[in-house]
Design a binder for this molecule. Sequence first.
Ligand SMILES: [Zn+2]
Length: 56
Amino acid sequence: MAETLEACCRRARDTYVERISKVITSYPVIKSIPCPKCRQIIQIRMYGPESPGEAT
Ligand SMILES: [Zn+2]
């Protein structure tokens, strides 16, 4: 079930993924972060180094 993210949420997600991908030592990484702009909860799921981080 895909959920359409606002541009602000996508940007927040991409920034977060980029930041944590440098320090991750084990997968999967499943996090929920609030968008700093609209306060929507963003689901972040990374299953491996090649995963861009999908929001569902
Ligand atoms: Zn947002």
